[in-house]
Design a protein around this ligand. Structure first.
Ligand code: P6P
Length: 343
């Protein structure tokens, strides 16, 4: 594979093909999924960019499975992804943060050998105040027999992912993904409607500069979590310096900054939310795959995120994700606390 630099003019389609050539047994189906996701991303970007103009802002009267008021763009993004992905013949099922159960492939379309899980527009509560939002996706191979996808195909541990990525709709629109061959970032050139390679082979600096956590939950944390956050803030006076606090409140924006600049994003368990807030299958798992592929790590405080065997589609998990040494500190402190030691 050609080792491109950030100055190479390489479209995402060409890069996907070049990566596919690394796998002689590849059938091109996974490449097709990534193409279609890039198309969906461009369509969602167009809606997000124009949201303020087309009175798309504001909430619908519906609420989704999370009980949150659905932003109109949430619904639009969800529909765009489903319509872009359901007829390509590469998927046998999908699942979305916005919908309660398995999303089947319509009868008129052929089923393929992959499943797709996604959060169509994460951070959507920030849309009305023009804060970056994102799409997150995870791709796994079908493991059940038969043609149609089943819940068992969706409920696999994150280490089984064959691809994962996100799109950040920020000052520019970027698509970042991995297929297990490193992490690569593509920036949308709106003038030509193409994602161009801008961040080849992303590596997460370690130790990280940033701490991303919502401190308003401090009264609800365990003593050990409070001590952990203090150690992040102050450093250890030796090899690990202190961190700067950066918290957007939009997971993809916080993760993306830490991926490029180095840092730790933490959404710990707390007395009100014993499993934290973030979803395992379509938020923690895809970002954990990216973090590890970029030299970072992701844990729930006691277990590697990618090793957690899910039991429910929308289950939550505490999340410590980012630069490896920062995640290891969390595990060294919380691994005991979660088992009752040092709580
Ligand atoms: P809190 C946005 O609603 C979201 O799901 C993530 O994008 C973000 O990281 C998190 O919630 C923020 O949650 O409790 O800090 O507002």
């Amino acid at each position: 594979m050609v080792k491109h630099t950030a100055t190479s003019v390489v479209t995402i389609d060409r890069y996907i093909i070049e990566e596919e050539r690394l796998h002689p047994q590849a059938t091109g189906e996974l490449s097709g999924i990534l193409y279609d996701l890039a198309l969906a991303a461009k369509m969602i970007a167009n809606k997000v960019r124009n949201a303020g103009l087309a009175d798309v802002l504001g909430a619908t009267e519906n609420s989704n499975v999370q009980g949150e008021i659905q932003q109109k763009l949430d619904v639009l993004a969800n529909d765009i992804i489903i319509k872009a992905m359901d007829h390509g013949g590469r998927l046998c099922a999908m699942a979305s943060e916005e919908m309660p159960g398995l999303i089947p492939i319509p009868e008129q379309f052929r089923c393929g050998k992959y499943v797709l899980l996604f959060d169509p527009l994460d951070g959507s509560s920030n849309i009305d105040v023009n804060v970056p939002v994102g799409t997150i996706f995870s791709v796994l191979c079908k493991i059940t027999r038969g043609n149609k996808g089943e819940m068992e195909d969706l409920l696999q541990p994150g280490r089984q992912q064959v691809a994962a990525g996100y799109v950040i709709y920020g000052s520019s629109t970027m698509m970042v993904y991995t297929t297990g061959q490193g992490v690569h970032g593509f920036t949308l050139d709106p003038a030509i409607g193409e994602f161009l390679l801008s961040h080849p082979h992303i590596r997460m600096p370690d130790p990280g500069r940033y701490l991303s956590v919502n401190d308003s939950y401090e009264p609800l944390w365990s003593d050990t979590v409070r001590e952990l956050m203090q150690r992040y803030r102050k450093g250890d006076g030796k090899k690990r310096n202190g961190t700067s606090s950066r918290y957007v409140g939009s997971l993809v924006a916080d993760f993306h900054r830490n991926l490029l600049g180095g840092g730790i994003f933490a959404y710990p368990a707390n007395r009100k939310s014993p499993k934290g807030k973030l979803r395992l299958l379509y938020e923690a798992n895809p970002l954990a795959f990216i973090a590890e592929q970029a030299g970072g790590a992701a844990s729930d405080g006691e277990h590697r995120i990618l090793d957690i065997v899910p039991s429910e589609l929308h289950q939550r998990a505490p999340l410590f994700i980012g630069s490896k040494s920062n995640v290891e500190l969390a595990e060294s402190m919380l691994g005991g606390a979660l088992t009752g030691v040092g709580a």
